[in-house]
Every structure is written in C-alpha cells, then in structure tokens.
Design a protein around this ligand. Structure first.
Ligand SMILES: Cc1cc2nc3c(=O)[nH]c(=O)nc-3n(C[C@H](O)[C@H](O)[C@H](O)COP(=O)(O)OP(=O)(O)OC[C@H]3O[C@@H](n4cnc5c(N)ncnc54)[C@H](O)[C@@H]3O)c2cc1C
Length: 408
C-alpha cells in the first residue's frame, strides 16, 4: 500500500514511521527544504517532547473528549518507549516536563530522520501540496507542477502557529476541499498585550509570580511561574498557559483583566509585616530608595506611581498603614486590562481546526472521505504548555500512520 503523508512535521514524521513499520510504502511531502523544522525550535531548543502528567484534562477543543482514545492508545509509556527504542534517553524537568537527556531538540529530529531513512520512507521536500483529489479510489497529490498518486493520504500540515516553520494554515484548504469544516483558528500559547503606560520601562524584568485572568468577577484561569514584562505586556510560561482561555473570552467580546501577584508565597498581612519592619529600619530613606533590594529596581517608581504616590521622596518612616497597603495591593493584585495578544509568528499552538467529530476517534480516518486521515495540530485539539502539544502530535501521528496502513 502506498501512503502519502502531507507535512513532515512532528506528527507527519511519526505517522510515516508507524505506517512504514506496518509495511506500507510511504512518501512524505514537505513544503520546507527540510522536514521537522519546528521540532528544532521546541522547548527553547531543548524539545519538551512529553509530560509525565498527560491527561485529557490538559487538552482543549470543541469535542475534546473524542481525543482521549488516541492519547490513551499511544500514551506516555508508549511514547517514552518509542523514543527510547530510537535512542532518546528521557530527562524529567519541572512540572512533569520531559526532554531528551542531551537537552537538544536536534536529537529528537535526528533520531526521527534516521528511522525514516532506515525504513526507506521517501521524502519530497520543497514541495507544497496545493490540491488533493480522490478519483476512482486513488488520491492525487498535486503541487509545484507535479502530480503524485497514493492509496491513502495522511494530512499532517499543522495549524497556523509558527508559520515561519511551514505551518501557515494552508492545510485547512486541503481539508475543506474534502468537505471538512474548520473551527475558526486562533493563537493559543501566546504572549498577552496589556494596557499600561509603563511597559517600556519595565521590559525585561522577570519575577516568579501568579497571573490570574478574570472576566468581570469570573476567574478564567490562573498559573504560577516565571513572568516577564515586555514592552507590550507580559510573557513567560504561566502567561502562555492562561492565554488560550483569555483569548477565547476576548473573541467573545468580553472585557478581560489580568492580575499579577509578585509575592504569591506571602499573604497581604505577612507582606505588611515584612514591609513595615523594613521601613522601620530605614525610616530616614525615601520610599524610592527604601524599596531597593525588595523588588527589581526598574519596577520601583512604577509600582509607587501605580500605588498613587506623587512624592517618591517621602520618607519610609512617615508611611502609615494605609499607605503601605497601597503598595501591597499593587504587589499582590496588580490589575491590567488585556488589549490583545501576539501574532501567529509568536504563538506555539493553534486552537481550532478540523472538528474531532469529523474523524473516526479510533483511527483518525476522515468521516468525509475514505482513505483520508488527519493528525496533529490540524485537528481541533490543543494542549497546555509543557509537552502536551508534541504528545498529541506523536499520539495522533502514530494512530493515523498505523490505522491507515492496517485497513485495506
Ligand atoms: C516555538 C515553538 C515552541 C514549541 N515548543 C513546544 C514544546 O516544547 N513542547 C510541545 O509539546 N510543543 C511545543 N510546540 C508545539 C508543537 O511544536 C506543535 O504542536 C507540533 O509541532 C505540531 O505538530 P504537527 O506535525 O501537527 O505540525 P507542524 O509541526 O507544524 O508540522 C506541519 C508540517 O507540515 C508542513 N506543511 C504545511 N502545509 C503544507 C503543504 N501544503 N504541503 C506540504 N507541507 C506542508 C509544514 O512545513 C510543517 O513542516 C512549540 C511550537 C512552537 C512554534
């Protein structure tokens, strides 16, 4: 059996391996000059390729329950084994994140490419598939003035996140040409733009804190970790983590705010104890000088201005309890309006895509066209930050590759 894999990304490479191991003759069609370019950029060049806490609760999408079977069948253990069998020794990091022990994403791509070669999978690069047709039981793969044929097709063209790595949403048109509907995609795992006057001054400051998204009084999602001020708003793993839910609310036209807690380990009362003691010792200093050594210097004037201090030269010893609490309220509940989010170029994942209800949840075969399979980010499944998206790419790729090569 002849199988065409459209898109040589994380999912397509694993799909090709699974199909070839199952005896199929496989060809990968990749529009970039090399397959797997995005893999190199993952995990800041270290490839956080799965997570010890894989569970359907960490995934999102309209019919997300339908993704559970695939995640359970090619699960964490099978994934670790799959990669160990190709030479990747896993290394656990914080929050259950798993990396190759080399901490090099190129290792993951290298072993996948080695296996593709070993299995005689053909790779046609610099080839953008612009049309797919099915005529008399056979697929035509059309692009760049050429036509190839295959018995089965696996569409693994990714979503829209990171178009610089090849995934620009073109695959949606191919899916649509076979009658699939696309749930409107939007960036997930992306930095947030906030309203505020001082971001240029604060850009580059990092702190370990909590970011909480709220729509009116309703909490949307919160997360903890390293947060980074940028010249447009905030970035960092917890910001990416909550971004999907925030953007969902923004797209509904809701007003959304984030609250930053720079001292999550301390209650307001504890923080008051700390600050009043500190100010007591250095009562002769201005509050601007008195805050040095407590928070990043770049933040001091901004925090004090936000706390409505007009006179930053006021002596620490002259601050009353109410005034100290004004500072604490900024440090613990700094409120910003969310005005937007970064572009697809900066996004790490895509929310939306082909509805899971339009594929067989066991095999990932299209419910519209027999012999067409879909895998990876093109489907309406997006995971949390931390290895969940690559796990979906591997699990769905393996499932599509194996099932397409098993069924006659
Ligand atoms: C910067 C960055 C860092 C990330 N870090 C992590 C991480 O550490 N852990 C994690 O779990 N996830 C991470 N992700 C997400 C993860 O990389 C993706 O979810 C995953 O790669 C999706 O796999 P895919 O194969 O479905 O799509 P992709 O990897 O996007 O691959 C799709 C492929 O199809 C090709 N293609 C598209 N259209 C066509 C066409 N018409 N014809 C031919 N070829 C085509 C593209 O060139 C591309 O090679 C990161 C993403 C980015 C952008």
């Amino acid at each position: 059996m002849n199988i065409a894999v459209i898109g040589g990304g994380a999912s397509g490479l694993v799909a090709a391996i699974a199909a070839a191991r199952n005896g199929a003759k496989v060809t990968i069609y990749e529009k970039m000059n090399k397959a797997g370019k995005k893999i190199l950029a993952t995990g800041n060049g270290r490839c956080n390729y799965t997570n010890m806490n894989i569970s359907i609760s960490r995934y999102h999408g309209k019919n997300i329950k339908l993704a559970e079977n695939v995640l359970n069948s090619f699960d964490l253990d099978r994934t670790l084994c799959f990669f160990e069998d190709m030479g990747i020794t896993p290394r656990s990091g914080s929050l259950g994140k798993v990396y190759p022990n080399s901490l090099q994403s190129s290792s993951v791509l290298d072993v996948l490419r080695y296996e593709i070669k070993r299995l005689n999978v053909e790779e046609i690069t610099d080839f953008e598939v612009t049309q797919l047709r099915k005529i008399k039981g056979k697929f035509s793969i059309i692009g760049m003035g050429a036509i190839y044929r295959a018995d089965k097709v696996i569409l693994a063209t990714g979503g829209k996140a990171g178009p610089q790595f090849g995934s620009d949403g073109g695959g949606y048109e191919l899916a649509k040409s076979f009658g699939h509907k696309i749930i409107e995609p939007f960036p997930a795992l992306v930095q947030l733009k906030l309203k505020g006057r001082y971001f240029k001054r604060m850009a580059g400051v990092r702190f370990d804190g909590v970011v909480k998204g709220l729509n009116g009084k309703n909490s949307i999602r919160e997360d903890e970790g390293e947060i980074l001020f940028t010249n447009y708003g905030i970035s960092g793993p917890p910001v990416l983590q909550i971004s999907r839910k925030i953007i969902e609310e923004l797209l509904k036209g809701k007003d959304v705010f984030v609250y930053l807690d720079m001292f999550p380990q301390l209650s307001k009362v504890e923080l008051y104890g700390l600050l009043s003691d500190k100010f007591g010792r250095i009562g002769y200093k201005s509050i601007e000088d008195g805050m040095i050594g407590f928070i990043n210097k770049k933040l001091i004037p901004v925090v004090l201005m936000e706390a409505n201090f007009n006179d930053l030269g006021k002596k620490c010893g002259r601050l009353n309890k109410k005034e100290i609490y004004r500072i604490i309220n900024i440090l613990k509940e700094w409120k910003f309006e969310v005005t937007g989010y970064n572009t697809w170029q900066q996004a790490q994942s895509t929310a939306g895509g082909v509805d899971m209800s339009e594929v067989n949840p066991k095999t990932l075969e299209s419910a519209k066209v027999k012999g067409l399979y879909l895998s990876g980010e093109i489907l309406d499944v997006d995971g949390d930050c931390g290895g969940f998206n690559l796990q979906w790419a591997w699990s769905s790729g393996y499932t599509a590759g194996y099932s397409s090569s098993s069924v006659q």
